[in-house]
Design a protein around this ligand. Structure first.
Ligand code: HH2
Length: 415
């Protein structure tokens, strides 16, 4: 009897975790495939969905045709095919390689398809960007972003009524000492605020806001190495703060006041453009959106365009979706979980989740002083989502958790 042959070993299949085209290329290269083949195949390894608003009918029809011809696709309103819809939101579904073949074709077409190709290409490049960049600030300062872990912005509230630390640092000495200790804990920049923007907070007269923040900014600007940001919605306060040594303006109204845009442009200051619906007095009265992420995205796009038109440089701007500012708890969670979408705007992304009430709700009703772990979890999630700046009250613990996310990221890109 011939010996029975052993059965062949079983196949094994592992679905790979790939976050970007670099991961795809690495995975393919492990097969020892031809390097040129790897370069070609890598572009097929990930599908990107790009949401484009208001695509006009004729452009939409051509776009769908071109995408289908490439083996990709485009979803639009059902009435586009019936030619009865003027314009439609359109979601493109394609690989990097398919988009690269699409753009030159669109650029030869009428109906504003060239502008559409430029916009989609810029969004794809911004969303997948890995290289570091420099945020330009006033006084010749700058902040390097994107090279390692997110930058940590430490909050110094010189207010009697801030939601989480109101009254604790309301004197000059206590505020300066707090700023100093946040820097010792690893803060990369300090955000000084003299007016609470918690829901329902009463506006502070300008004289009082100036009285609170200016001495603190002057003292800290002389003492600490890190850049100082002024958290204000008042252009005159921003201007005086920059004169006193602040180099970045953090405006929760997204530079909606043209005078604020002029102050930032003239000073060459950095600007954090945050999204808020309404005012702190009214913002929690209406937190219903038809499509929250799309609306916050468009508003930030408009706000940064207005800033650019006023002379603010591309390298001076940071966007922030404004968690808790006119958003329900679910809305803030949704924005936190999709932060990376805002990278398509082309600017660094900042976020503030620290101690906010939506975290208390997620914990089943935890009070402000019981939200540390939740705030740290939010910082980790924001880092995973590609946030560039994270605004927090608890700097030391945040720096530690971010050291872990950074170590994992480095191990991942080395693997
Ligand atoms: N959140 C607060 C204040 N300023 N700025 C930006 N860019 N992003 C934020 O999420 C943000 C912000 C609210 O926090 P806090 O300063 O602690 O409270 P209060 O406004 O009550 O002083």
């Amino acid at each position: 009897m011939p010996p029975r042959s052993r059965p062949p070993p079983p196949f094994r299949a592992r679905v790979l975790q790939v976050r970007d085209l670099n991961d795809v290329a690495q995975a393919l290269a492990r097969t020892e495939s031809d390097p040129e083949g790897v370069a070609i195949m890598a572009g097929k390894g990930l599908t990107y969905l790009v949401d484009v608003d208001r695509v006009p009918l004729k452009a939409g029809l051509l776009l769908k045709q071109e995408m289908l011809a490439l083996g990709a696709d485009a979803a639009h309103h059902r009435d586009v095919a019936a030619l009865t819809r003027e314009a439609s939101r359109t979601v493109l579904v394609g690989t990097w390689a398919q988009y690269q073949r699409l753009f030159p074709k669109l650029r030869r077409q009428p109906f504003r398809l060239k502008a559409l190709a430029d916009t989609v290409e810029a969004a794809l490049r911004a969303a997948t960007r890995r290289s570091p960049r420099t945020l330009r600030l006033a006084h010749g300062q700058s902040l390097r972003l994107g090279g390692g872990r997110p930058r940590v912005m430490g909050v110094v509230n010189v207010t009697p009524d801030s939601f989480s630390d109101g009254g604790r640092f309301a004197t000059l000495e206590s505020a300066v000492a707090h700023g100093r200790s946040l820097v010792a804990e690893g803060a990369d920049l300090l955000d000084i605020g003299g007016e609470s923007t918690r829901p329902g907070a009463t506006p502070v007269p300008r004289r009082e806001e100036l009285r609170r923040v200016l001495p603190v900014i002057k003292a800290l600007a002389e003492e600490v190495e890190v850049p100082i940001s002024i958290d204000t919605r008042d252009p005159q306060v921003a201007q005086a703060a920059v004169k006193a040594g602040a180099s970045l303006v953090n405006d929760v109204t997204g530079l909606s006041d043209p005078r604020m845009r002029r102050v930032v442009a003239r000073a060459g200051a950095g600007a954090m453009v945050m999204h808020m619906r309404g005012t702190p007095g009214t913002m929690q009265k209406d937190t219903i959106y038809e499509d929250l992420r799309a609306e916050v995205f468009s508003a930030l796009d408009d706000a940064t365009r207005r800033a650019r038109e006023a002379g603010v440089g591309e390298d001076q701007l940071v966007v922030d979706p404004g968690l808790g500012f006119g958003k329900s708890s679910e809305g803030s969670l949704e924005l936190l979980g999709h932060l990376s979408e805002f990278r398509s705007l082309g600017y660094p992304v900042a976020v503030g989740a620290s101690r906010k009430s939506f975290l208390g709700v997620a914990l089943g009703g935890a009070s402000v002083d019981q939200r540390l772990e939740a705030s740290l979890a939010a910082a980790v999630l924001a880092a995973q989502e590609g946030a560039d700046i994270i605004r927090v009250h608890d700097v030391g613990p945040t720096v530690k958790v971010l050291a872990v996310t950074e170590a994992v990221r480095r191990a991942h890109s080395r693997a």
